[in-house]
Design a protein around this ligand. Structure first.
Ligand code: ADP
Ligand code: ZN
Length: 315
């Protein structure tokens, strides 16, 4: 059987049909938002239409379920979503709507960072370990935790949210309302803002001074840009050292846009982790990049349905 897989972010809606091996047979995408007058129902209609188009494109195969990764926060497992960067949806009853649209099928909705972690454990860089932390370093920093080969949910579906481990009690404010979290320091826009304050690309527009340009400039030897990645790698390394001590995972897989900076980020991260992880079991933890491509969100959403109860144990 195949799964209808859905990935909902602040920028795009992605829909795919995924087979039992985790292969995306067909997929398509649409913008999450078309502007301020785009209300919740309009977003839903766009999503539903996209699902129908993708399903029709592969001849409407029989489905075994619908799996969704969606930006948080959400009421879990009820699947009432309020993605921080999709203003049109506040408490939107996504799971309920999908159940009505695709009656008789299991519908499972989880956090998008959890979906990415699950994808890497199911078919990516964590396939060979039972205990893994999957992280996404992008506009925010999120994650998911697999222990004993199973996803750990926590009381409200937010276990593994490594982005809000505090690494600097006096650090900058975090989008979560706290301060000094990993996310406050290592999120792409945070990195860029820090560098701008020191004068990096001060004369350019914000669009020309994102973490992506920062990585380009660091590669070209720009000192401020290099220190920005050094600082982000440090924050991630400290956070990961704490997470590894708490959770006893053997592998930490890091994906998301900012991770594409490669060694610029992973080198200081690894160095910092080794400085703080000194016990035999924390020393044993390996860190590496995610290996699934852009489809990871869809693969993880599908795994919520296809992997038995390994990644879904609510109802
Ligand atoms: P989203 O947060 O919507 O899931 P991404 O995973 O692409 O999107 O993350 C966006 C962040 O990643 C932005 O801050 C962007 O500047 C940064 N980014 C994207 N590509 C790169 C790159 N090659 N190197 C460093 N940072 C990058
Ligand atoms: Zn935070």
């Amino acid at each position: 059987g195949v799964v209808l897989a859905i990935d909902i972010g602040g920028t795009k809606l992605a829909v795919g049909v995924v087979d039992a091996n985790g292969h995306v047979l067909s997929s398509d995408r649409a913008p999450s938002s078309l502007g301020p007058e785009d209300d919740g129902e309009a977003v839903w209609e766009r999503l539903h239409k996209l699902c129908e188009t993708v399903l029709a494109g592969v001849g409407r195969p029989p489905l075994v379920g619908v799996g969704v990764g969606c930006g948080g926060p959400m009421l879990w497992p009820a699947g009432e979503v309020s993605p921080l960067n999709l203003q049109a949806w506040r408490g939107f009853p996504l799971r309920k709507r999908l159940r009505t649209a695709y009656p008789g099928l299991p519908v499972r909705v989880h956090n998008d960072a959890v979906a990415l972690a699950v994808a890497e454990h199911w078919r990516g860089a964590g396939q060979d370990v039972d205990d893994m932390l999957g992280m996404v370093v992008s506009t925010g920093v999120g994650g998911g935790l697999v222990l004993g080969g199973r996803l750990v949910d926590g009381a409200s579906g937010n276990a593994g949210h490594v982005g809000h481990i505090v690494v600097d009690p006096d650090g900058p404010p975090c989008p979560c309302g706290g301060r000094g979290c990993v996310e406050a320091i290592a999120r792409g826009p945070g990195l860029a803002a820090w560098a701008r304050e020191l004068g990096w690309r001060a004369d350019r527009s914000e669009a020309e001074a994102t973490a992506k340009e920062l990585a380009d400039d660091a590669r070209a030897g720009d000192k401020i840009a290099l220190s920005a990645f050094e600082r982000a790698g440090w924050a991630l390394g400290v956070g990961i050292a704490s997470a590894v001590a708490l959770c006893d995972v053997r592998r930490v897989v890091v994906g998301g846009g900012v991770s594409q900076a490669g060694p610029l980020l992973f080198e200081p991260l690894e160095r910092t982790l080794r400085e703080y992880a000194k016990m035999a079991y924390t020393k044993a933890a390996q860190v590496g990049p995610a290996t699934l491509n852009q489809d990871a969100g869809l693969v993880g959403a599908a795994a919520l349905i296809l992997a038995g109860d390994r990644y879904w144990s609510a109802d």
